[in-house]
Design a protein around this ligand. Structure first.
Ligand code: GLN
Length: 565
């Protein structure tokens, strides 16, 4: 199959300082992109993102070039300003877009490097339409949801496909029946008319609940959801049914009959012991075969060997390591999705299971004894990214514990900043040392605002965002982990290490192992006299995959394994 020219170029995003890799648009290779639209019905949280991602990995396993895309029906331009309690993690792409956490799943399950084009929100669509209206681009016309908003949505979907993809998997957020998602559904319905039947397939996810008292699986909610979809004009080609209980022999036939699909097109999506088994499970159910036939894609069967290896390790780990994640949003696990994933990947790369102990930072604020109790028996500590004052002192307690007891520590973004504050206070004796984010009057502003941030007033999309180069110093733990001199990692922050303290820190045993190429920004630091204590200003978790663990997470888990309890 002609996969076109996939040359990678290093470039700069328009209007941004972020460096990023992008696929250069290439002339049409004669194989127009096929679209698979994924919708959800009955309830939210069905794992649509995982199914869409796993489908991506199976199709990649067939040698196809695939990208996932998410359409989010909310009015925010992006999730960057939403609370993690509301929205979970904000995933950052190489080109500096703040996106939905499903993009994290897409990148973890496929080889694609996504960009801001892969996440479109209602807010973006309306902003673009209104901006065009003000410029006079619709002159003379009444601007309406159909066709102007739907055209804008279709343009955005096609823009992703223009990167010479074989298949674009487009997930529509929300649940069928929501008012908000109607323009998106209308747009994807029109696409079949625009492009033809062989170019668009529709996959609908539903819930098939099990009634224990009756001992029955109920298909009625699925029937209703499909009816709703049909009312919009979309006949699903495949129905993927989330179920806690294995299907009975007649379940598929019943759904097929009432929902107008082939029995083979009813896929049982059982709860699995690990989400990494999803590509294998869906392939076993024939999902990719069915879709490829439907879309006239002729390829070899899917090779999922890397996923088979991952699942094998997850199911038979040699041992287990306990890692404490000391954070502020620990009751919403989705808030730290990429971090917990990356820790798991680090375990897989070392053949072990990573057990995460979630610790609410403010619970550690009662002093050293509270920290020692909560952290007892832990092999390593990670402090993830975060914003605002709450919980900072608790994080500093945990870091002090790790440094003094020589336990492996990994600080990510805010976790590096708090590592620096702890070092200033307790290794250098700088009383009251802090970040100006938490104490603007601190006598020792170890962390202060980035110069470029000082005049920034609005909050949306204005941080230092996206991938930047970082030069690693020879002979450091960072350089050993990567085995490279220059790395590219993604950022999302407003504050940085204050260079006035570099000399004092270096004299006290802090090594600045990663700097921006002009040496003006500290991107990575590590404590010399410690088995493994390292902080990074960037977010390595965004680049980790189950099949390719991030080098720093791999090294951290290895250090934790060898440190005992
Ligand atoms: N609040 C800190 C800053 O803005 C850290 C941000 C983060 O951890 N992502 O610099």
């Amino acid at each position: 199959m002609a996969l076109g020219n996939h040359a990678k170029h290093l470039g700069r995003a328009p209007g941004s300082l972020a460096w990023f890799y992008f696929s250069a648009p290439s002339p049409d290779d004669g194989m127009p992109t096929k679209f698979i639209f994924v919708t959800g019905g009955v309830v939210s949280s069905l794992g649509k993102g995982i199914v869409a991602s796993a489908l991506g990995s199976i199709l990649e396993g067939r040698g196809l070039k695939v990208q996932n895309m998410k359409l989010d029906p909310y009015l925010n331009v992006d999730p960057g300003t939403m609370s993690p309690f509301q929205h979970g993690e904000v995933f950052v792409t190489d080109d500096g877009a703040e996106t939905d956490l499903d993009l994290g799943h897409y990148e973890r399950f496929t080889q694609a490097r996504l960009s801001r084009a892969n996440n479109t929100t209602t807010g973006q669509v309306y902003s673009a339409v209104i901006a065009k209206e003000r410029k006079g681009e619709y002159l003379g016309k009444t601007v309406q949801v159909v066709p102007h908003v739907t055209n804008e949505i279709k343009e955005r979907i096609k823009a992703v496909a223009r990167r010479d993809l074989d298949v674009a998997i487009v997930e529509v957020g929300g649940t069928i029946g929501d008012i908000e998602s109607l323009p998106f559904l209308e747009a994807i319905r029109q696409m079949r008319t625009d492009l033809g039947r062989e170019h668009c397939a529709y996959v609908h996810l539903t819930l098939v609940p099990y009634m224990k008292s009756a001992g029955e699986l109920k298909t009625k909610p699925t029937q209703h959801s499909v009816k709703e979809l049909l009312g919009i004009g979309i006949q699903p080609d495949v129905i993927v049914c989330r179920t806690e209980h294995p299907f009975f022999p007649d379940t598929k036939a019943k759904i097929a009959l009432f929902c107008n699909v082939d029995e083979k097109a009813v896929i049982e999506n059982r709860d699995l012991d690990t989400i990494y088994a999803m590509p294998l499970w869906l392939r076993e159910q024939g999902l990719d075969e069915l879709l490829c036939r439907r879309l006239a894609l002729r390829t070899r069967p899917s090779n999922l060997a890397p996923w088979e290896r991952v699942v094998h390790t997850v199911r038979r780990p040699a041992s287990s390591v306990d890692i404490a994640v000391v954070g502020k949003y620990t009751e919403v696990r989705d808030a730290y999705k990429s971090v917990s994933e990356a820790l798991t990947h680090g375990g897989i790369a070392n053949g072990v299971h990573t057990e995460i102990r979630w610790i609410e930072a403010s619970d550690l604020e009662k002093g050293g004894a509270a920290a020692a109790r909560a952290l007892n028996g832990i092999h390593g500590i990670l402090v993830p990214g975060g914003f605002g004052h709450r919980g900072i002192e608790g994080k500093i307690e945990a870091i002090r514990w790790a440094r003094e007891r020589r336990k492996p520590y990994f600080g990510v973004c805010l976790g590096m900043q708090t590592m620096a504050i702890e070092f200033a206070r307790h290794a250098l004796g700088l009383k009251g040392a802090n970040s100006t984010e938490f104490d603007p009057q601190t006598p020792h502003p170890i962390i202060s605002m980035l110069e470029e941030q000082k005049n920034v007033r609005s909050l949306g999309g204005t941080m230092r965002l996206g991938a930047y180069p970082c030069r690693l110093a020879k002979g450091t733990r960072g350089a050993a982990a990567y085995g490279e001199k220059v790395i590219f990692e993604r950022h999302r922050h407003r504050y940085e290490f204050n260079n006035e303290y570099r000399d004092a820190f270096a004299r006290a045993g802090m090594v600045f192992s990663g700097l921006s190429p002009d040496a003006s920004l500290v991107e990575m630091m590590e404590v010399k006299d410690h088995p493994w204590m390292l902080g990074v200003q960037f977010h390595p978790e965004f680049r980790s995959k189950p099949t390719q663990a991030h080098p720093l997470f791999k090294a951290f888990i290895r250090a934790a394994m060898s440190r005992g309890r």
